[in-house]
Unconditional design. Structure first.
Lengths: 276, 293
């Protein structure tokens, strides 16, 4: 069931159908409540409210300037909201430093390639556990991510800057799992990737989710992101335009015309997804 | 002539090691913080005066005195960062840092003039004026000791950067500050400690500088122009580059001084910068797109 910001069901939707998790506070891992945030003198977010259900994949889409990355910055502690509340497992995130957010169980993979290019792949992955002091635990986690991401062991001694874009993205994912986070926040994971690599990256996101991690991602490739997700949120000019199950948003004619290039009827069978 | 050139090359390498140490502090600070510390030259002179006071007033050997001057300069660096640098923010941070650290240099210079006047002084110890003979060449002890000290401290700096958790956080901050924050590095704390470290290494450089040159409170300006030349030539933010550029430039200067004339050696020093940058704008060892912000 797709909901508009005022809580009404979107036109053409049956209120009795859809993911029950949406809007259910008990199932929410992360909640935004009236979040206002911005840079300098202006606001980018104008009262964002929605919930990220536990165990799902929530995809935020919207045009450039909608405030998607700004919203993620308020989660990771890089930007403090001016108004409103953000809570994670019942604990407020407002005012926490990025390190404290990590300790709470949230890891963010930023938009641009964020590996330390002059460090080796192994060093980069170990940096994911920078806040840990338990060397035995770090070693154990390293073995786990090496098993999940073969590139980590295969290219362990190589400089991260020498990897391809797709490999770098996978190493970033590996690094994000070193803290065994409850929530992984991904900012534009498909950016700059070719279709084949994108497919691998999206399958990896699905795998991370199947292992029990909640995923919150911002995705410019709205079709692919929404097809992957259990919940979609459409942002427009710093406000929630629509939220609901990803597939329902994909099929919403208005949203399809605005953000997905129209032709929503062909969405289910179009390329760019991960089920091909 | 050949032996004179060989001697000039050896002198250049030995002096270059000490300059490399001073430039390493400058490039480290730039690498982590995007701060161009114009005060680095006068901080070297401050360190030289500290060594001078410890030596003349308390009779402490110049090298032993480093046990006091290095931590003192570290504290000075931390205080300068806390009082002046931390407040710089925004897109103009790097440009503003030039003005702010220049102001810091003026303040320190004024205090030194008030305390010591503008008369030239030089550090003294038994090894300052003595030489030993090796393969037919006379090598001053102070140059050899200074080079050994610089090599040891650069090796220690390398160990800190590549073998410790703090070093890893410094390297992370040098390469991508946002990403470093997102993995839990306290970038502000790293910046403060790095500034302290970058200034602390000047204590050793200042002592050797003061033992090999007569100096007064104004000596910092010639020094900072040389150090900036070395750092730019080596590639901003590259410690290895600073090391290579320092040895290259000082050797070049010494050889030109012997072969041509001391008058031209300074000109060649700066002309080399212009020539290299016109061919390779990122410096000898620099890379394009040094790091993300």
């Amino acid at each position: 069931m797709t909901r508009l910001p005022d809580g009404k069901v979107a036109p053409g939707q049956d209120p009795s159908v859809g993911a029950g998790a949406v809007g259910d506070p008990a199932a929410a891992l992360l909640s935004f409540d009236g979040v206002v945030a911005g840079y300098g003198g202006g606001d980018v977010l104008h009262g964002i409210s929605f919930q990220v259900p536990r165990g799902g994949i929530t995809c935020i889409v919207g045009p450039n300037g909608a405030g998607k990355s700004t919203l993620l910055a308020t989660v990771s502690g890089m930007l403090r909201p001016r108004l409103g509340a953000i809570s994670f497992q019942g604990r407020s995130l407002v005012g926490l430093s990025p390190r404290e957010v990590l300790e709470a169980g949230i890891v963010q993979v930023p938009q641009n390639h964020s590996l330390f290019r002059e460090m080796t792949v192994r060093e980069n992955v170990e940096m994911g556990a920078f806040i840990l002091r338990d060397h035995e635990l770090i070693r154990k986690r390293l073995h786990e991510v090496e098993a999940m991401f073969p590139v980590v062991a295969k290219r362990a001694g190589d400089k991260a800057g020498s990897l391809s874009g797709g490999q770098q993205r996978l190493v970033e994912f590996a690094r994000s799992l070193m803290l065994d986070p409850a929530l992984v926040v991904l900012d534009e994971p498909s950016m700059g990737l070719d279709p084949q690599t994108l497919k691998v990256v999206f399958e990896t996101i699905r795998l991370m989710n199947e292992q029990g991690r909640t995923i919150l991602l911002v995705e410019q490739n709205a079709r692919a992101g929404l097809r992957l997700s259990t919940q979609g949120v459409v942002l427009e000019s710093g406000r929630v335009r629509l939220e609901g199950p990803g597939r329902e948003i994909l099929e919403n004619p208005e949203i399809g015309a605005l953000y997905l290039g129209g032709a929503t009827t062909s969405v289910a069978g179009s390329g760019g997804g991960t089920r091909g | 002539m050949a032996s004179s050139i060989l001697k000039a090359v050896i002198d250049g390498v030995l002096t270059g090691g000490v300059y490399a140490l001073m430039a390493a502090g400058l490039t480290l600070i730039f690498g982590v913080m995007d701060i161009i510390n114009i005060a680095q030259g006068v901080l070297v002179v401050l360190a030289a005066y500290l060594s001078y006071v410890l030596s003349t007033q308390l009779g402490i050997d110049l090298f032993v005195g480093l046990l006091i001057t290095v931590p003192t300069l570290f504290v000075v660096g931390v205080v300068v960062e806390w009082a002046f640098i931390r407040r710089l923010a925004g897109r103009e941070r790097t440009a503003m840092s030039i003005l702010v650290t220049y102001a810091v240099a003026i303040i320190i210079e004024g205090l030194l003039i008030r305390q010591f006047s503008t008369d030239y002084v030089q550090l003294n110890a038994w090894y300052v004026d003595r030489s030993f003979r090796l393969l037919g060449l006379y090598l001053p002890y102070i140059y050899v000791f200074g080079f050994a000290l610089a090599a040891a401290l650069l090796a220690a700096l390398y160990m800190v950067l590549y073998r410790t958790r703090f070093g890893r956080s410094v390297r992370a901050a040098m390469q991508d500050r946002s990403a470093a924050r997102l993995v839990g590095v306290n970038v502000e704390r790293v910046a403060t400690l790095t500034f302290g470290l970058g200034v602390a290494v000047t204590a050793a450089g200042g002592m050797v500088f003061g033992a090999t040159n007569a100096f007064n409170p104004n000596s910092g300006y010639d020094l900072i122009s040389r150090l900036l030349t070395i750092v730019i030539l080596g590639g901003m933010g590259s410690i290895g580059g600073a090391l290579g550029a320092a040895v290259f430039m000082l050797t070049l200067e010494d050889v030109v001084s012997v072969v041509w004339s001391p008058t031209w050696s300074t000109l060649v020093f700066f002309a080399a910068l212009v020539i290299v940058l016109s061919v390779k704008p990122t410096g000898l060892f620099g890379r394009a797109a040094a790091r993300a912000q």
